[in-house]
Design a protein around this ligand. Structure first.
Ligand SMILES: [Zn+2]
Length: 180
């Protein structure tokens, strides 16, 4: 069996930035691998491309340039938000509005975004809405630990129904009553 559409793939890997021998920012152990439905669009398309055709036990070592990962760092995504936007009952919650905090927010079209607080001054909060990995080339190294055929339900729903986990089931939107 090889990594391809409608297969459930497990892998262990290390993700580094700043070069092949750069800092490890994510480490996924073979005892708790990343398991996903290949081709369902849950991971970066170029990440999947690099795994296609591999077998269990095969190792991989590739990098994704930022354009194929989380994009370039965009200065226009660093914005000043009026401090009033963080007021609850007329008071700013300074436990929330603190440099380094990540705050879930919504844009004017209702899209959910996470903003990182970069600075707080008298009347505004500078927030960075870039993906934390924007502007970084990603270096992946790891091994395929398991491949299985997806079940009919998994293929229809486009997500996993593995051992008690309901991963991604919100995407069903309640449409599939038998889901998890
Ligand atoms: Zn489901």
């Amino acid at each position: 069996m090889i990594v391809s559409e409608n297969k459930v793939v497990s892998l262990a890997y290390e993700l580094r930035i700043n070069g092949k021998n750069g800092e490890v920012i994510e480490s996924v152990d073979r005892n708790a691998p990343l398991t996903f439905l290949f081709g369902a669009g849950s991971l970066l398309p170029k990440f999947e491309d690099n795994l296609a055709g591999l077998k269990v036990g095969d190792s991989f070592d590739f990098n994704l340039v930022s354009e194929d990962a989380y994009g370039d760092f965009d200065e226009s995504s660093v914005i000043k938000v009026p401090l009033q936007a963080f007021q609850i009952d007329g008071k700013v919650d300074y436990e929330l509005v603190k440099i380094g905090n990540k705050i879930p927010m919504q844009d004017s079209e209702g899209h959910r975004l996470t903003g990182l607080v970069k600075n707080v001054d008298m009347d505004s909060v500078t927030m960075d809405f870039n993906h934390p990995l924007a502007g970084n080339h990603l270096f992946f190294k790891g091994e395929i630990t398991e491949i299985r055929q997806a079940t009919e339900d998994e293929m229809t729903h486009g997500h996993l129904h593995s051992a008690g986990s309901c991963e991604g089931c919100e995407s069903c939107g309640g449409e599939h009553s038998g889901c998890c």
